[in-house]
Design a protein around this ligand. Sequence first.
Ligand code: SF4
Length: 728
Amino acid sequence: MEKQLRLSDFLPTTKKECELRGWDELDVILFSADAYVDHPSFGAAVIGRTLEAAGYRVAIVPQPDWHGDFRDFKKLGKPRLFFGIAPGCMDSMVNKYTANKRLRSEDAYSPDGRHDCRPEYPTIVYTKILKSIYPDVPVALGGIEASMRRITHYDYWQDKLMRCILCDSGADIIIYGMGEKPIIELSNQLAEGKDINSIHDIPQTVYLTKAEDIPGGIDEEKDIVLFSHEECLRNKKAQASNVRHLEEESNKMHAQRLIQEVDGKCAVVNPPYPPMTTEELDASFDLPYTRVPHPKYKGKRIPAYEMIKFSVNIHRGCFGGCAFCTISAHQGKFITCRSKESIIKEVKKVIEMPDFKGYLSDLGGPSANMYGMHGRNPKACEKCKRPSCIHPQICPNLDTDHSKLIDLYRAVDALPGIKKSFIGSGVRYDLLLHKSKDEKANQAAREYTRELIKNHVSGRLKVAPEHTSDRVLHLMRKPPFSQFGEFKAIFDRINREEGLNQQIIPYFISSHPGCREEDMAELAVMTKKLDFHLEQVQDFTPTPMTISTETWYTGYDPYTLEPVESVKTPREKLAQRQFFFWYKPEERAGIERELRRIGRPDLIPQLYDHAPAPYNSNSANKYGAKKKDGKNGESWKREGGKQGSWKQEGRQSSRKQDSWKQDSWKQEGKGYEGYKFEGKKKSFNPNFDTNNHRTRGSKPSQTSNKTTQYGSKPSQTGNNKKRNRRDY
Ligand code: SF4
């Protein structure tokens, strides 16, 4: 039975809503640059609900107008304790611009996808306004934008190094990472009457102070003194080295304090809290979220909410350590799982939603299959400095047992009202291929693989090999490409055995540090051999403070300080990107030209037959199509409007859905030997028909060229051990 929601079921956003709760004064006022969606995936809601549960009177002002007389900043008056800034689930610049610095088609976290609901750098803009109106009220920063700008960092959009964001904003403190514990401690200390300038002992916070005021002084043994901001401006190696320390200390069980001098003061980064316990995480997810946008939006579409409204997050943390991902510096590598009971409780709430049709869109987390995984010997983990538990090899101490996850999937699927639970998060296939010394874990991995493919794929399983060059993959901290082939062979075989016709959709990135045009040319050849017409691709976006970003900016690997080359100009980036689309006729001439320019004409016959490129004249090309009005590619016919089905003379794309040529993997691009799938067709996703074609009215995939809140797409890492495929 659908529960009728009242305005007072939401955190108040106006004076009137405060009065509904009988509040004439607020303890904390949060300013959010995202729309207020009362859901555990939205940061402002999590912090607001956490404070409410601790007995604080809290309100949220979502997307305040930062122009004119600042009435949105004044309408609730002055809080008793502090203002909190929640700049959004994504860095505002990543949210607004593409890798080529073009405006994205919409703002995923605003009603109707509108772009005019938030400023650039809301952390800075909101704080400056608040400090100008209420100079004596403390301002605390949170969210990805402040967390990932907590020391000197490269800003891609301004193309320069920027200081700790406390300097530019004028705020008093940053809470970095997941904020439930530090926000309560900060509120408690302020409620006790402490001055914000004296609060220096809360883990997972950053503050600015004079060197002589640092509690306990600077201890060369216990603290890590980073290169100063000024030194980083002079010396790129210093910047690279700093970011290595930041990543390491974000991923240690017992981290050290980081201190960086900036503008004559010190930015002090206190070590993070230990990972939350299951009970603590359950308590956060069990808060009384309504799980819907505030009624003020009157049913307007908030794109990010539409994507997650039927999904459930099962854990925090990720031990992949992908170099381009923000998560290692935000949530860290240790996994905290929700209990099965808490997850089931949330799934039941989803089932009760009026428009839920029985299909959970995701039962996952930062990655799909790390639930329940941890180090076997906790003492070894306590001393560990590795940023990744699975790169360059899977740590022998890591327990890769998938049993708990299988059990969870089956418990969810057994609920009345659930027709299918899909896994939309990125599957770490290296964990599935890993041969552990523990045979029980190996058996569970095989069972999980079949369970996943048979019951939890919505027609298309997204995985992230990210590249085909092992050298680039190593810089990304991803497993060798051969593992993707190995997994694909297993995927194909299980589909065949189960009478399914599902696809693997691989994600790739161009222009990552260390990636040369030649690597992209080889990627094109490899994906042609695999018969992939790529859809899910992106150009590398240097999001703040990732290892890849600092490598891209400084030109050095932060761990080895060895030089790494990167392409920087739009021309170079586009030259790399075009290789993704070797199958598009309009790209052929450019690709052939580039291959000759870089001295790899030998790859041309591997991509195209020997007929000349179709754009050299206005006459009919080899596929029988003519250029129209002298513009390349205009007259190419697209069949059914779907990608990868360009009609070519005498043959259709070999990627026909009903005879999808699957292949047995052969190493080193020596080719794929296909088999033809002739089995039953089946798709459980209501957005796809039985041929896995999108159904009328369903929306196209939104993931292409879009960076997630963690800065990138999900990913895999691991070693290159061979397995007996027949085990699965
Ligand atoms: S599992 Fe291995 S790599 Fe991961 S934290 Fe423990 S010891 Fe370190």
